[in-house]
Design a protein around this ligand. Structure first.
Ligand code: RIB
Length: 315
């Protein structure tokens, strides 16, 4: 029996990230969640911190500590995505106000102090959100880069191009400077970009599988995704909306479902036209450091099987 992996989660839920949180929360023997750092992104921090606590309570995991991250990106004004996720970010469900507390310590200090305290190589950063809080932690204490077991992040795009601009994926676009800091940090980074998340489509049949579980988290999953899919179905015209966030825990649980390559990824932080673009040297035509395990493909059937069987374990 291998020990549960110690993780710190950064998240701005967001219906897709709610499902990712459900997966992480459903498997305490796999994931020892040291803390969740609420991030400004899909909606403002005032709502992401509330959403995170609501989801923990829905999943019966109010034991997990929630910390406040930064209310804005490192160097830019916040860009949000209510047009996708609704004004509250978890539209599709109506959850009770949370009763569990927020931690008093700032999310950035929590990340730094945890990584300096825990044995080197024992804590993985699970980044579902813009990378603001990890970027600020790295800026505050650069030594944490060598102490992380790694970073697994939903971020970026290359072959699938951008979703918030023609060139940029949302998480990176919100805070390109933070993404740049993380990509240059020397940490062991695994990146799950739109190239793979766009293969994971929540078709009506797949949504029905969540609903058929009959538990409150399965029903909430179906209801949340049935709300957030509207924008993507109209935009892409596909049979289902891409389910981004859960690719991160799914990769950690079953990497055999995915195909990756070690390459260089560099982010644009200056150009107004391509700000936030993640330039992936897929054919290795440069001598830039191969700083990322770039996940380009995945197995949708295996992915949804994993999500359904995992969420079935929740209340
Ligand atoms: O580009 C996809 C990402 O943007 C996901 O994290 C989704 O929640 C949105 O924040």
């Amino acid at each position: 029996m291998t020990a549960a992996r110690k993780i710190i989660v950064t998240t701005d839920p967001g219906q897709d990230q709610a499902v990712a949180l459900f997966v992480l929360l459903a498997l305490p023997k796999d994931f020892d969640i040291l803390g969740v750092v609420a991030t400004a992104g899909n909606i403002g921090l005032d709502k992401t911190q509330r959403n995170a606590r609501q989801l923990l309570e829905l999943a019966g995991r109010s034991d997990v500590r929630v910390y406040l991250g930064s209310p804005r990106p490192m160097r830019r004004p916040l860009v949000t995505a209510e047009h996708v996720h609704g004004p509250n970010g978890l539209d599709g469900v109506d959850l009770p106000e949370p009763s569990m507390p927020l931690q008093a310590q700032s999310g950035i200090d929590f990340i730094v102090e945890t990584l300096l305290r825990e044995p080197p190589g024992s804590v993985t950063l699970v980044c579902l959100s813009p990378l603001t809080n990890l970027g600020l932690a790295l800026e505050k204490e650069p030594d944490i880069a060598s102490r992380m077991a790694g970073v697994v992040m939903m971020a970026g795009a290359y072959f699938e191009v951008g979703n918030i601009t023609p060139a940029a994926e949302f998480n990176v676009y919100v805070d390109p400077e933070a993404a740049d800091l993380v990509l240059r940090s020397g940490a062991a980074i695994t990146m799950l970009p739109l190239d793979v998340t766009h293969q994971m489509l929540s078709t009506p049949e797949r949504l029905d599988r969540f609903r058929a579980l009959g538990n409150r988290c399965g029903l909430a999953t179906a209801d949340m995704l049935s709300f957030s899919e509207a924008f993507d179905l109209k935009k892409y015209g596909w049979e289902g909306a891409p389910l981004h966030g859960p690719c991160v825990p799914a990769y950690m649980l079953k990497p055999e479902l995915f195909v990756s390559r070690r390459i260089n990824v560099t982010v644009e932080t200056d150009s107004a036209l391509t700000l936030g673009m993640t330039v992936a040297d897929w054919w290795r035509v440069t001598d830039r450091p191969r700083n990322v395990a770039y996940v380009r493909n995945g197995d949708p059937a295996g992915y949804y099987d994993l999500l359904v069987e995992t969420i079935a374990r929740l209340p």
